[in-house]
Design a protein. Structure first.
Length: 436
């Protein structure tokens, strides 16, 4: 049931994208709209604009991080992946749209073709040109420039303004929308929803988005690169499931005041909230400088990467490097619930044995919870972990839920190996989160 529910979001996107196309098709006879090359290119130009605008609307809506939508995509990480993909598709359709309209003049006038995309006295068309140029620049920077996260995030946030300019172009210019009322109003509804989500999250997010207030209670430097932050609530505590993650923003001088995602490493029943991070960038490097008493604004919880949603109580957990953090949450929860009845083989994979900084604690949990078998696996000694090795050490992988979290190349490889061995997709669980 959860597997089907996690696909509803994607099915809804297909339906919403198809609806205006169906309206366009049945709004007038097709023959005149595909009677000659000029008409064909004009019609295709309209269709690409409709699809691009709809997908752009949906991409903005998904970027608002609305908690009640994530379960229909199988988790926020998957919802954001869909956001990236449909945003890219929207760009492609919106790029093709003006090219089709320009090339419809090619058989009769190369001059008109060459000058079609230049600014003129037609301001509705100029708005479209402006939106397209800015969109190309912003997405090029977002995908390819290796600038600081804050700059890329700022540029990403401007996409809502670009969408507004593009929407004005669509609704002011003479064309399909000016003659097809149902099409016009359906696209207008999508645009209003998208702009509302943009205002809610991006423009007024600090006022409109609900957050929990915590105070930093302790900062532990677990090794040269890994930092644990322990927080106490200042009021209502966030309720979460083992394996979920949160977004946090710290209010302290010298610490970047941007919101970042972290897996929760504390068990839900603990009186404190813990996050554990490896220094992989500017913000994670700054965590070690957090001071006790600093305010933390926490949003969440998010994600469906939890053993509680598994189909089977027999499970395999595979953690690679700092991908251990959601499993720490889950293992600590097992310690608090020794009668849960789960039987778990937990592979703790790192490059070296010295990097297994949580091995001692996990071994202690396994002594309290006999159903947990911790299997340390370091690449220097055994090579990279493979599903062949897992199958050998665990005897059988079929009929078990398999959870994988770690560096993306490792996850992609292990998931592909699971599928090659015939493990059904609904039994393979992973979490890969990209903020931009």
């Amino acid at each position: 049931m959860r597997s089907f529910k996690g696909k509803i979001g994607l099915l809804t996107i297909i339906f919403v994208t198809s609806f205006p196309l169906v309206v366009w098709v049945f709004s007038a006879p097709l023959s005149p709209r595909f009677g000659d090359l000029f008409s064909i290119l004009s019609s295709l130009g309209q269709l690409t604009a409709i699809v691009g605008t709809t997908l752009f609307s949906l991409a903005l809506l998904l970027s608002a991080r609305l908690w009640f939508l994530e379960e229909y995509f199988g988790g926020l990480d998957r919802m954001y992946n869909v956001h990236h993909k449909i945003g890219t598709l929207a760009l492609l359709f919106l790029l093709v749209h003006p090219l089709l309209l320009a090339f419809r003049y090619a058989p009769t006038s190369l001059y008109l073709t060459a000058t079609y995309l230049l600014p003129s006295g037609d301001w509705p068309k100029n708005l479209g040109i402006i939106a397209l140029v800015i969109l190309m620049g912003l997405l090029g920077v977002t995908f390819y420039a290796k600038w600081r996260y804050q700059i890329r995030k700022f540029l990403h946030q401007i996409l809502g303004i670009v969408f507004f300019i593009g929407a004005l172009h669509a609704f002011l210019i003479s064309g399909a929308l000016s003659t097809m009322s149902l099409l016009k109003w359906s696209l207008m509804c999508f645009a209003i929803l998208a702009l509302s989500a943009y205002l809610y999250r991006t423009i007024f997010g600090r006022m409109t988005v609900s957050r929990y207030t915590y105070k930093v209670h302790a900062v532990h430097q677990l090794d040269e690169t890994v930092t644990e932050v322990v927080m106490h609530s200042e009021g209502a505590r966030m309720q979460y499931l083992p394996g979920q993650f949160l977004f946090v923003r710290f209010k302290q001088g010298g610490i970047e005041r941007e919101t970042h995602p972290f897996s929760i490493s504390s068990a839900p029943s603990e009186p404190v909230l813990r996050i554990t991070a490896k220094a992989l960038g500017d913000f994670t490097n700054e965590l070690r400088n957090l001071q006790v008493g600093a305010t933390a604004l926490v949003e969440g919880p998010f994600g469906s990467f939890t053993y509680l949603y598994g189909t089977n109580r027999n499970q395999i957990w595979i953690a690679g490097g700092i991908g251990i953090t959601p499993f720490l949450n889950m293992a600590r929860n097992l310690r608090m619930n020794p009668q849960s009845g789960h039987s778990i083989d937990f592979y703790y994979s790192t490059k070296t044995a010295e990097e297994m900084i949580f091995l001692k604690e996990l071994t202690e949990i396994a002594q309290v919870y006999p159903g947990l078998r911790v299997i340390p696996y370091n690449a220097d000694q055994y090579g990279f972990l493979t599903m062949d090795a897992v199958q050998k050490l665990s005897s059988e992988i079929m009929g078990k839920d398999i959870y994988v979290c770690g560096p993306p190349p490792m996850m992609h490889s292990l998931i592909a190996q699971c599928q090659a061995k015939g493990v059904p997709k609904h039994l393979i669980h992973s979490e890969e989160f990209k903020l931009l």
